[in-house]
Design a protein around this ligand. Structure first.
Ligand SMILES: [Zn+2]
Length: 56
C-alpha cells in the first residue's frame, strides 16, 4: 500500500514523500501542514491527515 495525496493544483494523485506503515498510520499518524510537491505539475501545497489515504 502506498500513502497518496491529491494535488491541489490539478487533482493529480501522487505518492506522498511520507511512506509509513498503514497500521502505524492508523494508530498514530497526525500529519499537519506537510509540504508536498506534485511530481506531475510541480505544484507545492500543504496537506494534512484528511488529505491522505492509502492506495494499493
Ligand atoms: Zn499536480
Amino acid at each position: 500500500m502506498t500513502l497518496v495525496v491529491k494535488c491541489r493544483g490539478f487533482g493529480c494523485i501522487f505518492p506522498s514523500i511520507i511512506q509509513i506503515d498503514q497500521l502505524e498510520y492508523g494508530k498514530t499518524a497526525i500529519l499537519e501542514d506537510r509540504i508536498e510537491t506534485c511530481p506531475k505539475c510541480g505544484k507545492a501545497s500543504t496537506y494534512s491527515t484528511e488529505d491522505y489515504w492509502f492506495q494499493s
